[in-house]
Design a protein around this ligand. Structure first.
Ligand SMILES: Cc1ncc(COP(=O)(O)O)c(C=O)c1O
Length: 518
């Protein structure tokens, strides 16, 4: 030992014996000699190339993190290197990531998460009793009382019970069964899992999935990945992006000529369009799904984000039950919620749940089998979901602070929604529908023919061209409407309601003017 230490001090390593009893350094020398005498060979063709890769994955597009966002990253690096621009920072209005844009986390949620992650803090007087009570309940339901253990594939039992209790409260007493609740890795995971089970058939009997246009691009991406058939139905821009059942009828009839329409996806409140569906509209959609034998997917991740005083969130589950047993015992429905949106904005925890109604018992078995291949959703995300569905109640120590923080976030978003709508309405060349909910504006931009030609000459979609100019000239990063889908010949962009909306909006008209768009 002393000799080895002395050798290390002198900069020499003691020789160790390799697997065949020779010193490793002499074996290495021989190996490198053999390599040297071998003739140089050209690299073998790679197994995985753009031509040989899974074509369905190649077809996937996800505009929210597309070329504009890459360009924004490049510009940020240039600013860091001191390159002068007409602005000093890039404002990322491209993504619905509230905390990345400065929104503060809800204290209670983080307190419970801290206690669950480091249970020694349960002895600390710095944490309120109601947070400790939640953390103990979650930990007791985890293997080894630790957030670091796997859970059941469907999710931690007591969290599923809390989700069911939340849904029952939200829906004014319509019962929810914990057995129908699946905890997921964000809502994205639930949506892609259920679509995976739904898609089947070949040729004209391949599954058609009806999605709104404009849509949240997760849907088109998963449809591509699964090689399903995308069936577009258009939201009515002239009528505040309302969903019109006649348009659903048109889309389904047309789709029947080349596929088997089996799934109808609804996003309410809407991303990117911000509309909130009326109860009547939801009833019509459910009746349509019943009539056409369609499996309903209700994406309700923005259920807490309703700003317009004239609108109210109605869950598909509640309306389905209120329509009577013919509907409530027949229409198959999966609805989704998430920790990422609402007032929490906890996107990074990847928490979510899916509630399924009228799913065939054998399919439930298949679903659990599929979920168990990936073991379980992150248990920390499940814990975050639990706090969202089981917040402090009146009389509990944290209730007042929790309510204040929640109202402040939602109040701010409501103000930004109004401000955004008003400011866009004043910009020549832009039209913005009322922002009723969710977290974005999707204004229409009227791009003159000359600018469309200029974009086409650069092989760019005109709205991509506009958004690139906006980024380069003002530092504002938004997503072109083409990434969400839009009616032929119309152009839009999606703008997230975060950050310094007021100062941003003053610049939005400028690229229309200074780049000859107007
Ligand atoms: C309509 C909609 N559905 C689903 C998601 C995915 O959310 P999550 O972070 O829970 O996966 C988003 C995210 O922006 C969304 O806007």
């Amino acid at each position: 030992m002393q000799r080895a230490a002395a050798l290390v001090r002198r900069g020499c390593c003691p020789r160790t014996l390799g697997p065949w009893g020779r010193s490793q350094s002499s074996a290495a020398a021989e190996a490198s000699a053999v390599l040297k005498v071998r003739p140089e060979r050209s690299r073998r063709e790679r197994i995985l190339t753009l031509e040989s890769m899974n074509p369905q994955v190649k077809a996937v597009e996800y505009a929210v993190r597309g070329p504009i966002v890459l360009k924004a990253g490049e510009i940020e690096l240039e600013l860091q290197r001191g390159i002068k621009k007409p602005f000093t920072e890039v404002i990322r209005a491209n993504i619905g990531d509230a905390q990345a844009m400065g929104q503060q986390p809800i204290t209670f949620l983080r307190q419970v998460m801290a206690l669950c992650t480091y249970p020694n803090l349960l002895d600390s007087p710095s944490f309120p009793e109601d947070a400790k009570k939640r953390a103990r309940r979650i930990l007791q339901a985890c293997g080894g009382n630790s957030l670091g253990s796997y859970s059941a594939s469907q999710g931690v039992n007591c969290i599923r019970e809390d989700v069911a209790a939340y849904i029952t409260r939200r829906d004014g007493g319509v019962p929810a069964d914990p057995d129908n609740i699946y905890l997921t890795t964000g809502a994205s995971d639930g949506i892609s899992t259920i679509l995976k089970i739904l898609v089947s058939g070949g040729g004209k009997s391949r599954t058609g999935v009806m999605i709104p246009i404009p849509q949240y691009p997760l849907y088109s991406a998963v449809i591509s990945e699964l090689d399903a058939i995308q069936v577009n139905y258009y939201l009515d821009e002239d009528n505040c992006w309302a969903l019109n059942v006649n348009e659903l009828r048109r889309a389904v009839q047309q789709a029947k000529e080349h596929c088997n329409p089996k799934v109808l996806c609804i996003i309410n409140p809407g991303n990117p369009t911000g509309q909130v569906q009326s109860r009547k509209c939801i009833e019509d959609v459910i009746h349509f799904a019943w009539e056409e034998k369609l499996f309903l997917l209700a994406d309700e991740v923005y259920q807490d984000n309703v700003y317009s005083p004239d609108c109210k969130f109605h869950s598909f589950k509640k309306v389905l039950y209120e329509m009577g047993p013919e509907y409530s015992s027949n229409v198959e429905l999966a609805s989704f919620h998430s920790t990422s949106k609402g007032y929490m904005g906890e996107c990074g925890y990847r928490g979510g749940y899916m509630e399924v109604i009228n799913l065939h018992p054998e399919i439930k078995g298949q679903l659990v089998k599929l979920l168990s291949v990936r073991l379980c959703p992150p248990v920390s995300g499940q814990a975050a979901m639990d706090i969202v569905v089981n917040p402090p109640v009146p009389g509990e120590e944290s209730f007042e602070q929790f309510s204040r923080e929640k109202e402040s976030v939602l109040g701010n978003l409501a103000k930004k929604a109004k401000l955004t709508e008003d400011m866009f309405s004043q910009v020549p060349g832009i039209h913005c529908n009322p922002l009723m909910g969710a977290m974005y504006a999707f204004p229409r931009i009227f791009i003159p023919a000359k600018a469309v030609e200029a974009a086409q000459a650069r092989k760019m979609a005109p709205d991509m061209f506009y958004c690139m100019k906006l980024l380069e000239e003002t530092g504002i990063c938004v997503v072109p409407g083409s990434g969400f889908g839009q009616r032929e010949g119309t152009y839009h962009f999606r703008f997230g309601l975060f950050g310094a909306v007021g100062s941003l909006l003053r610049s939005v008209g400028s690229p229309l003017r200074c780049t000859g768009f107007l």
